[in-house]
Design a protein around this ligand. Structure first.
Ligand SMILES: [Mn+2]
Length: 318
C-alpha cells in the first residue's frame, strides 16, 4: 500500500481530481487521505467514485474533515487554510510514511520505488525551492511583517537562524515524502505548531516545516517535484540552477512529479510546459466540463502582456 495525502476545498476539487487521476493512471493499491474543508457533498461523491470505480486496483479513500482545525492559529489573507493540512499528517495517518502532494501537481509514472526509498535518519524527503535558494545571492526582497522587508539571505539569517550552508537546503512543501514514525517519535507536529506561534514567517505553511525539520531533510533531485515557475522567478534563477533544470523540459526525461506553480487553468495554457498532458488527464476526470474563470474570459493590457482570450481561444495577442 502507498499512502498519499492531499488537502483541498471545493474551489480546488477540479484540480485535486487531476492530481488523483494522474496517480490512478500509473499506480494501484493507493490509500488516499483526502483532507478537506468547505467542500460540497457532490465533490466528495465524484472524487470517491473516480477512485473506487476500478475495484481490481484495490485503491482506498479516507476523507478527513479538517474544518476549523487551523482557523485560530492564523489570521491573514490566505485563500484557504488547506495549505496547512499536511502539518497534521503525523497524527492523522498512523502508518510509518506518507506522500503529501499539493493539489496542483501531476504524477507521470509509478511511484513505488520513489515511495519506498530509504528514509532512515530523515523526517522528510523533498526538493529545493529553487526560487528561494536562487534568491539567497540576488538580494530579492521578501515581505516579512506588514511593512518590513528583508532580503532572502537576511530572512534566513535573522528569522530562521540559519548559516550559509543551512539556507541552501530550503525545500518546497508541495511534495513531501514524510517519515511519520520519526516525526511522531520527536513530536515534530507539536514543534511545528509552536514554531508558528513564536515566529513571523514569510511563507508560514512552508517555512515552519523547513524550520523544524531542517537538520533531517533528504534533498532529492528536481524530477521529484519539478516546479513550473512563474516567468519572473525563472528569469531570476542563477545560471547554474537553470542549467540543472533544463533537461527535464524535454520528453525523454519527464519528471515523476510535476508541480504547477504557474497554473495551467489560469495562464495561457499553451505557454506552460506539460500543460498539454495535464489537460488530457483533466478530460478523464468528472470535472471535464469545468472551466475556471480565467478559461472562460481573460483580458490583459499591461506591460507584462496584452491579450484577449474567450473560451480558451486567443482572439488577439500582442
Ligand atoms: Mn503548489
Amino acid at each position: 500500500m502507498i499512502n498519499i495525502a492531499l488537502g483541498f476545498d471545493s474551489n480546488f476539487a477540479p484540480f485535486a481530481a487531476v492530481t488523483i487521476k494522474s496517480i490512478l493512471l500509473h499506480n494501484s493499491e493507493i490509500n488516499f487521505y483526502l483532507m478537506y474543508d468547505n467542500i460540497k457533498k457532490s465533490d466528495i461523491e465524484k472524487i470517491e467514485k473516480m477512485i473506487t470505480e476500478c475495484p481490481q486496483k484495490s485503491n482506498k479513500v479516507n476523507w478527513i474533515d479538517m474544518s476549523g482545525k487551523f482557523n485560530n492559529l492564523f489570521t491573514g489573507s490566505w485563500s484557504s487554510s488547506a495549505v496547512y493540512f499536511p502539518l497534521a499528517l503525523p497524527s492523522i495517518c498512523k502508518d510509518d510514511r506518507i506522500l503529501f502532494l499539493d493539489a496542483d501537481t501531476m504524477v507521470t509514472e509509478n511511484l513505488s520505488e520513489f515511495y519506498n526509498q530509504d528514509l532512515t535518519g530523515y523526517y522528510i524527503a523533498g526538493v529545493h525551492d529553487y526560487g528561494m535558494v536562487s534568491n539567497i545571492n540576488s538580494g530579492q526582497l521578501i515581505p516579512v511583517d506588514n511593512d518590513k522587508k528583508l532580503s532572502t539571505k537576511e530572512y534566513f539569517e535573522k528569522i530562521l537562524n540559519w548559516d550559509n550552508e543551512e539556507m541552501k537546503k530550503y525545500f518546497n512543501s508541495g511534495m513531501l515524502l514524510m517519515n511519520l514514525k520519526a516525526m511522531r517519535n520527536d513530536n515534530i507536529e507539536e514543534k511545528i505548531y509552536t514554531s508558528l506561534k513564536e515566529h513571523t514567517f514569510a511563507f508560514p505553511d512552508q517555512d515552519c516545516i523547513n524550520f523544524v525539520c531542517h537538520n533531517k531533510v533528504k534533498i532529492l533531485e528536481p524530477k521529484y517535484n519539478f516546479m513550473i515557475l512563474h516567468d519572473d522567478v525563472w528569469n531570476n534563477l542563477s545560471e547554474n540552477i537553470k542549467n540543472g533544470l533544463q533537461k527535464y523540459q524535454n520528453e525523454e526525461s519527464t519528471p515523476l512529479i510535476i508541480h504547477f506553480l504557474k497554473k495551467p487553468w489560469r495562464k495561457p495554457a499553451e505557454k506552460i510546459p506539460f500543460s498539454k498532458q495535464y489537460n488530457e488527464i483533466r478530460k478523464l476526470t468528472p470535472y471535464k466540463n469545468y472551466r475556471s474563470k480565467q478559461e472562460t474570459f481573460q483580458f490583459r493590457w499591461s506591460r507584462k502582456g496584452k491579450y484577449l482570450r474567450i473560451l480558451n481561444k486567443t482572439i488577439f495577442e500582442f
